[in-house]
Design a protein around this ligand. Structure first.
Ligand SMILES: NC(=O)c1ccc[n+]([C@@H]2O[C@H](COP(=O)([O-])OP(=O)(O)OC[C@H]3O[C@@H](n4cnc5c(N)ncnc54)[C@H](O)[C@@H]3O)[C@@H](O)[C@H]2O)c1
Length: 303
């Protein structure tokens, strides 16, 4: 018995990297898988049919899968993803919004096309696939579905040279919190992954810093480490776990803080003077520093 027996799981950008590992593990756990990928270069240019190769790999393991090669940056791509699941397997239970591209530039050099392309694949791409799936859930009163979205520390913490990508990835965290509220009625959970893995997206960044990537690095930090928490969230075991952000990298699985008010000063009459703010803003900054200190990473080693 697999954890995902009888589940139909559609994964965007599953032709390689993290998405491929999720597809392989989902199939191993008994899921029927829709492997979406248009096979683009990291910057979103070009294309090729790599989704079929993953389908063949799953079939060779005795699993069931179909390919979908549409771009998820358009609603028609999201609709086609759902249709592939319905045509091949008669239903869809889990959507993993994983597809991604990069166009790294500082704000000084970022062209409108770099901004638009990255927002389209990441932030709009999440909308394009989630909207048809959400409507399918509502129209069929299909309970217990799952949506798993992909954010990044680039957006959650900030990363130099990635204003387009960081904005999209922070937007995805906000999008997920809203979807979790809107789909709760159908017991559909919506969670967000913040991954860290050596893939063709990140290996060049490391090599540019003069660090080589060896086989042992791929074993310790490859995309296979991201798949288990995604499969767990896709399974029935995750019922009730929603609107969370899980950070996972190199054997770690962690839960992240989300925005909330830490400390407040309140006036019951009148508006704040700038001189009063001279007094209270440093205290707010100090409260935040104390909060960061208190919430610092607590790692428990489990072997
Ligand atoms: N690798 C990391 O450390 C890391 C860190 C933070 C976030 N992420 C996120 O994780 C996800 C997977 O990243 P990865 O490292 O596996 O990248 P990857 O480049 O290896 O794989 C991404 C896949 O998405 C596909 N794709 C791109 N545009 C598409 C579109 N419009 N329609 C369908 N498919 C499309 C590509 O062809 C590619 O196969 C991305 O959302 C990425 O932003 C990765």
């Amino acid at each position: 018995m697999g954890r995902l027996d009888d589940r139909v799981v559609a994964i965007t950008g599953a032709g390689r990297g993290i998405g491929k590992e999720i597809a392989l593990l989902a199939a191993k756990e008994g899921a029927k898988v829709v492997v979406n990928d248009l096979g683009s270069n990291t910057d979103g240019s070009g294309g090729g049919n790599i989704a079929d190769d993953v389908v063949k790999e799953i079939q060779a393991m005795g699993g069931e899968a179909v390919a979908n090669t549409e771009s998820i940056a358009q609603v028609s791509g999201g609709e086609s993803l759902l249709q592939s699941a319905l045509d091949a397997f008669g239903k869809m239970d889990v959507l993993v919004n994983n597809a991604g591209i990069l166009r790294d530039r500082t704000i000084f050099k970022m062209e409108e096309s770099d901004w638009d392309a990255v927002i389209a694949v990441h932030l709009k791409g999440h909308y394009c696939c989630s909207r048809p799936f959400a409507n399918y859930i509502r129209e069929n009163n299909h309970t217990g579905a799952r949506i798993i979205n992909f954010s990044s520390v680039s957006g959650l913490y900030g990363n130099f040279g990635q204003a387009n990508y960081g904005a999209a990835k922070a937007g995805i965290a906000g999008f997920s919190r809203v979807l979790a509220l809107e789909l709760a009625k159908y017991a559909c959970t919506v969670n967000t992954i913040s991954p860290g893995a050596l893939t063709r997206m990140t290996i060049p960044l490391r090599e540019n810093r003069g660090e080589s990537v060896e086989q042992e690095d791929l074993e310790a930090g490859g995309p296979q480490h991201i798949a288990p928490i995604v499969a767990w969230l896709a399974s029935e075991a995750s019922a009730g776990v929603t609107a969370e952000i899980f950070h996972t990298a190199r054997g770690g699985v962690a839960i992240m803080q989300q925005p909330l008010v830490i400390k407040q000063f309140k006036k019951t009459s009148g508006v704040w003077s700038l001189e009063e703010l001279d007094e209270v803003v440093p205290q707010l900054i100090a409260a935040r520093a104390a909060n960061i200190e208190a919430a610092k990473d607590q790692t428990t080693v489990v072997d």
